[in-house]
Design a binder for this molecule. Sequence first.
Ligand code: ZN
Length: 198
Amino acid sequence: MEYYSKQISNLISELSTLPGIGAKSAQRLAFHLLNMPEADVEKLSTSMIEARRNIHYCKNCFTLTDQEICPICSDAKRNKKLIMVVEDTRDLAAYEKTGKFDGVYHVLHGAISPMNGIGPADIKLKELMVRLQGDVDEVIIATNSSMEGETTAMYISKLIKPTGIKVTRIASGVPVGGDLEYIDEVTLLRALEGRTEL
Ligand code: ZN
């Protein structure tokens, strides 16, 4: 990429570190940015920096939020005794889009994957067990139907069983390996309604 000036090359190489952005897309984005009004580029970079700086985990459910306690956890109308466990905030958003779940969530930020060296201590599992010391009726495990998601579901159910709290798993109508966020709302609702006790 020596035929570009150093700053353009830098921009391209920074952009290409983003997921799903190959060398070609990075070039296209870089030249698009260079053609944008400076004020718009500034708005874009400010929104990235501010989001990165101000977004953190909800103290309760560990979803990403700019508040101490996220809007879902602080909503008095949500059923705090019903906790749905998801792998990440995008999965939470997918269920929220259905508008039919009135419980609360617990975001693990990953799944157990021995192959990738991710163990139970690397996800927000301990934090879930702390929450379960409160008054909880049911934990719905809505991890992905990938091998990691299933391993995580089994592990969590074994942990929770001795507490006597009901543990359910969303129905597998969800394609194997499919990220929850890409599944349509009807499928998600069916998976939720068809959940079975573990
Ligand atoms: Zn929360």
